[in-house]
Design a protein around this ligand. Structure first.
Ligand code: HSE
Length: 435
């Protein structure tokens, strides 16, 4: 192995699950990483909240500090793994404004303040890298930002939240209720004590915004994403999905399409969807992530792997560290923000999708035609109807799948059904994707 003379000083902000693994791998594989980067990568400071907190990996107490300025100032590279908006934003900007390259895994920060960070990086000729912000070890940021830079991406469809995928999988395979599956995910450490960001779809929405920005060369923020989480799904929804040979997945969907004004725009949404069992995303189980990218020239690509966890996420962080370090040594810089396309964000109501609706209806003459009329009045075409006896006397269950229609029209149908005397309950409305 070639002798590497130069040393780059690194500060790691946050020594939790991922930070500890980053430091461990930097120590254990230091020779290899140095040879790849062209410089020794030396962790000189680790910013922590509590120096006495127990750690997954033993750390030299001399590295620990609670003083952000002491950790950051004058370094060659800062790795931000604190998460959340503040104080992470202040620390990242502090580093970038000094010309210090930053590697971060912070999806919330990027989805809310990406442009500000990119501007600070460009102004001081520093690198901003964030592979770990989306789908852990899965190299989809690199895939979109660099591998597909020569293509025209039309669609990104992904499972980008492992916690919800684990919960949905447990509901489907064990018949568990949402609450029981969530409790199990928490016991096993897949879900946090406060699971809101995951189960309400906010974590996936941040990742969706990042992927859409890269795919369509347009600024997409978290507020542009129409979000629906998994909290209202039931064990019955899972049984129905299996009956129709589908799996329920929380999907992040970003697509380029022609809006209702005739101009091209970007549609971004996160919601549960029924996916056919023979679709590649249907077999992504447990806490795994997968992202399908469709490029006009490349066709369909699939990125798959571990979307969370200390070591897998550290792998993504370290690939960015090697790239940023190599630029310090050999010159060059990370891709700058690419937003030249400036596509408008399309109204979520104009999205085109299909619904499967499960209704409890009166079991009497004419009910089916009353229900069918509601669909027809809103211009929504029915693809299939499946009826079975309901559990109550005089009641039937009807499961209706629609053809592709406008989201707003589908919602209007669901509302009108809920008001109809023929319908006792709209038990569920789940979108259908991937056909
Ligand atoms: N909470 C995320 C997930 C991992 O469950 O996938 C970090 O983004």
């Amino acid at each position: 192995m070639a002798e590497t003379e130069r040393t780059l000083d690194i500060a790691v902000l946050g020594a939790g699950t991922v930070g500890s693994q980053v430091i461990r791998i930097l120590q254990e594989q230091g020779e290899d990483l140095a040879a790849r980067a062209g410089a020794r990568l030396q962790v000189v400071k680790v910013l922590v909240r509590n120096p006495d907190a127990p750690r997954d990996v033993p750390l030299d107490p001399g590295l620990l500090t609670t003083d952000a300025a002491e950790a950051i100032d004058g370094r060659d590279l800062v790795i931000e793994l604190i998460g959340g908006i503040e104080p992470a934003r202040t620390y990242v900007l502090r580093a970038l404004r000094q010309g210090i390259s930053v590697v971060t895994g912070n999806k919330a920060l990027l989805a809310a303040h990406g442009p500000e960070l990119y501007e600070a990086a460009a102004a001081s000729d520093a690198d901003l890298y964030y592979e770990a912000a989306v789908a852990g070890a899965v190299p989809v940021v690199y895939g979109l930002r660099e591998s597909l830079a020569g293509d025209r991406v039309t669609r990104v469809l992904g499972i980008v939240n492992g916690t919800t995928n684990f919960i949905l999988d447990a509901m489907a395979t064990e018949g568990a209720s949402y609450a029981d599956a969530l409790a199990r995910a928490q016991e096993l450490g897949f879900a946090e004590a406060d699971p809101t960001a995951d189960v309400e779809g906010l974590d996936a929405a941040a990742k969706c915004a990042i992927l859409a920005s890269l795919a369509f060369h347009t600024r997409v923020g978290i507020d542009d994403v129409a979000v629906e989480g998994i909290t209202s799904l039931t064990a019955e929804d899972m049984r129905e999905a299996a009956f129709f040979s589908r799996a329920v997945k929380l999907l992040a969907i970003a697509e380029r399409r022609i809006g209702e004004d005739g101009h091209e725009g970007v549609s971004v949404r996160v919601h549960p969807a029924l996916v056919p069992l023979d679709h590649p995303l249907a077999s992504v189980n447990g806490a795994f992530n997968a992202v399908v990218v469709e490029g006009e020239a490349a066709g369909r690509l699939m990125f798959y792997g571990q979307g969370a966890g200390g070591a897998p996420t550290a792998s993504a962080v370290l690939s960015d560290v090697v790239a940023a370090a190599s630029h310090r040594v050999h010159g060059g810089h990370a891709p700058r923000e690419s937003v030249y396309a400036h596509l408008p964000i399309l109204d979520p109501g104009s999205a085109r999708t299909r619904y499967q609706m499960r209704l409890r209806v009166e079991d009497r003459l004419g009910v089916l035609s009353e229900v069918a009329n509601i669909f027809a009045r809103h211009g929504v075409s029915i693809q299939s109807v499946h009826q079975r006896d309901g559990q109550g006397i005089g009641q039937a269950v009807i499961v209706i799948a629609t053809h592709v229609a406008r989201e707003a029209d589908l919602q209007a149908v669901a509302h009108a059904l809920s008001q109809s005397p023929a319908v006792r309950e709209v038990a569920s409305t789940i979108r259908m994707e991937g056909d």
